[in-house]
Design a protein around this ligand. Structure first.
Ligand code: ATP
Ligand code: MG
Length: 571
């Protein structure tokens, strides 16, 4: 492509709202323009990268035996009512009416549409298994769209849905998609890790997320340093303490005037935070419950919600806390609650002895408190968020370490979560009607683009790996007034293009300095600079975007040499 004939509007400055490198460089490099919060136009460079990601995904999904379909973005509400998600999905679901007053949504995901399709056209076990995928625009009305393509409201997803006669076969496909995802993200040149994950809005019983490891990632992860256990902290489990401590103290009330927070109480009483126990009051589907975790820990609301088997879990308001405890916030405890509510006690607290809790009275705490002696929990369980340094629950020796990641894909084993309510059934070999076992598998196509830049950039711009680069080679024509320079540039551009290489030919009427800067900003992996002095000597200069070495190569050999190096790095 001749740069003079396309639209690559590079900018010196990024808009102030762009904070992360991928957002900054996609705007400055002329890849992307904002239309509204979380809604973007892709310019030619941006769209080329999206197409490269899509191509890798299509090749690998096809290789895995999946078939591509294309489902509508606009979906009638009835399908969402059938699955129950019309009520459950919440404010992220963009709902609207057509001219006849019918309710519709713009699909944030497509389990309903695909289930409706398969239930009407698949009747027999002979038609299974089936894996159908699409690459399509999704809309989620995210509360806080951020970081450009990272969390958009409109974005492109690859979503696949598979249907099976039994759980075994669904598990086989899950494993196959897991492996396919490993291939896809490897081909995209990403450093990533598969982690165990919560199933969130999609549901089901088994799930892995594919996380691109980077400090700007929104997701907190932990990974073991000894075994291959890795999980999103939403879900991560740490090894519970082995031996319970022995109680030796009597429960005793101590004054703690004005000491509300764990840190305050800890320093006031001279007791480490690990010997303090926090009591949090939650409303679980509207019913108050007390939850106990060690003072230095955080309640993991996702685990708690699962353990309690409720759909809504809200931290109680100050007024509700007062009502349950009879004390202001900061002095709640499990002993002598004003209203007796169920008490859920974390495993670490179960193992603790002689600890400190709030006294359910203003300005007072209790010391020397012990489970069973002083209060009886309703249940014990793992209700806390795993943290850096925790012992691994999977192996005997390892410890968990914290990482940050960008979720670029997720695979789910769904079982019959959708097939039962939506009647996706088939006739089995023995003539019995059964619900299909399902799996679903998503990839954030546009998020991959952002994640790849987060992992591949420097202060001057993007440093694309060859497989995702919008162009593989930049040909810089350094002097516009020199016929030899122009002829040589054009020759190399044409030779490389003929060899099937993606070339961006900077033939703009710009200074050499501008061309060098733009090539770095855009991030093309190979740069060939063609200047007056070199051409007179019969050479051009080759430089890799990810290196510093400048190689002089002879003009007649230049194209073949560069083409070979590019092709070697395609995956
Ligand atoms: P998140 O937890 O980041 O909100 P999710 O778990 O809700 O994502 P899925 O339903 O698993 O998302 O969707 C499949 C993939 O689509 C995700 O792995 C992610 O890569 C991508 N994705 C989801 N939401 C967005 C978004 N708002 N913008 C861009 N990509 C997204
Ligand atoms: Mg997800």
């Amino acid at each position: 492509m001749r740069m003079s004939q396309t639209l690559i509007p590079t900018l010196k400055e990024a808009p102030s709202e762009a904070e992360v490198p991928s957002h900054v460089f996609m705007v400055r490099g002329g890849y992307l323009r904002k239309v509204a919060a979380g809604i973007y136009s892709f310019l030619p460079l941006g769209w080329k990268v999206v197409k490269k990601v899509e191509k890798i995904i299509r090749e690998e999904m096809d290789r895995a035996g999946a078939s591509e379909v294309f489902l509508p973005a606009v979906i009638p509400a009835e399908l969402w009512q059938e699955s129950g998600r019309w009520d459950q999905y919440g404010a992220q679901l963009l709902r609207f009416k057509d001219r006849k007053g019918g309710d519709f949504v713009i699909g944030p995901t497509h389990e309903e549409v695909i289930s409706a399709l398969v239930r009407s056209d698949v009747r027999s076990w002979r038609q299974l298994p089936l894996n159908l995928y699409q690459i399509q625009t999704k809309f989620r009305d995210e509360l806080r769209p951020r970081a450009g393509l990272m969390r958009g409201r409109e974005f492109i997803m690859k979503d696949a849905y598979s249907f099976h006669v039994d759980e075994n076969d669904a598990n086989r496909e899950y494993k196959k998609m897991y492996d396919t995802y490993q291939r896809i993200f490897t081909r995209c040149g990403l450093a990533f890790r598969a982690v165990e994950a919560d199933t969130g809005n999609i549901g089901g019983s088994l799930s892995h997320e594919f996380q691109v490891l980077t400090e700007t990632g929104e997701d907190a992860l932990v990974a073991c340093d000894a075994c291959d256990y890795a999980a999103n902290v939403e879900q991560a489990v740490a090894r519970p303490p082995a031996d319970p401590q022995t109680a030796s103290e009597q429960c005793q009330r101590v004054p703690t005037p004005g000491q509300h927070t764990i840190a305050e109480v800890s320093s006031f009483l001279g007791v480490p935070q690990t010997r303090l126990v926090k009591t949090l009051i939650y409303l679980a589907d509207g019913q108050p419950v007390a939850v106990l975790v060690r003072g230095d820990r955080a309640v993991n609301e996702i685990k708690l919600r699962r353990a309690l088997e409720v759909t809504e879990l809200l931290l109680a308001t100050d007024a509700a806390v007062r009502e349950v405890t009879g004390a202001p916030v900061g002095f709640a405890g499990p002993v002598g609650l004003k209203i007796q509510v169920p008490i859920y006690c974390d495993l670490e607290v179960q193992a603790l002895a002689d600890f400190v809790v709030g006294a359910n009275a203003p300005d007072a705490h209790l010391k020397g408190v012990n489970v069973d002696n002083d209060f009886k929990p309703t249940a014990f369980g793992d209700y806390r968020t795993a943290a850096e340094g925790d012992a691994c629950a999977r192996c005997a020796t390892g410890h968990l370490h914290a990482h940050r990641g960008i979720e670029v894909g997720q695979v789910f084993f769904l079982g019959t979560k959708y097939s039962r309510p939506m009647g996706v059934t088939f006739l089995d070999v023995d003539g019995l009607e059964k619900p299909a076992q399902m799996g679903c598998y998503g990839i954030g196509v546009t998020r991959i683009v952002a994640a790849a830049i987060e992992q591949n950039h420097d202060k001057d711009g993007i440093v694309w790996p060859v497989p995702l680069a919008p162009y593989e080679v930049a040909v810089l024509e350094l002097q516009q007034d020199d016929d030899n320079v122009i002829a040589t540039s054009k020759r190399i551009y044409e030779e490389l293009s003929a060899a099937g290489i993606d070339v961006l030919y900077d033939d703009r009427d710009e200074r050499a300095g501008v061309k060098f800067k733009d090539a770095d900003l855009i991030g093309i992996p190979f740069r060939i600079a063609i200047g007056r002095k070199g051409v007179a000597e019969g050479v051009v200069e080759l430089k890799r975007r990810n290196g510093t070495e400048v190689r002089k190569i002879r003009i007649p050999e230049a194209s073949a040499l560069v083409a070979a190096e590019v092709i070697a790095e395609r995956r």
